[in-house]
Design a protein around this ligand. Sequence first.
Ligand code: ITT
Length: 193
Amino acid sequence: MEILFATNNAHKLMEVQAVLGPGFKLLTPRDCGVTEDIPEEQETLEGNASQKARYLHGRTGMDCFADDTGLEVEALGGAPGVHSARYATDGHDFTANNRLLLENLAGQTNRRARFRTVISLILKGEEHLFEGIVEGRIIDSEQGHEGFGYDPLFIPDGYDRTFAQMTTGEKNEVSHRARAVRKLAAYLHAIEK
Ligand code: ITT
């Protein structure tokens, strides 16, 4: 099955393709002639996932899905949350975001955090939402070079390594995104029958 994934993030694309397996061929916005930034201006993950997927559906007329993800830190009242990409600066500066997160947690003993992903699927013009959550904690210095974003600072519950110290396969065993994508895949398989 071919399906369009509304992302410009190559890491996300790789993770999602690994979860879906060879039965699905993911197309990118660029594959479909969409080269402009896809807007994400809402104040919730649900709103942004929906905006990205609806925008791409509007541009191409194709079935598609988008994921929006946030890191929700308990001691920071759920921040950076929906503002995870632009926490420290206007751009996607992972180094600056991680530095600011550590500054804001300096001296804080409560390190509980979770990643939450919301996927919006637009299929035959109708929207379906899927959620995936992984609970864990923020450590006090970056560890590992795999993955992206806040991965070097996040250890999922039940593990002693950060996501950035895991292979894509290991991250996908428990990650927020993989959990949401498995729900999406199950839905797509069910309606295919
Ligand atoms: P697209 O909108 O093009 O899909 P993005 O990088 O902007 O890509 P999101 O808005 O969903 O993706 O994610 C917001 C930020 O959250 C992202 O820039 C990362 O800093 C962080 N993030 C998302 N998923 C993550 C993951 O699996 N591990 C670590 N950080 C992640």
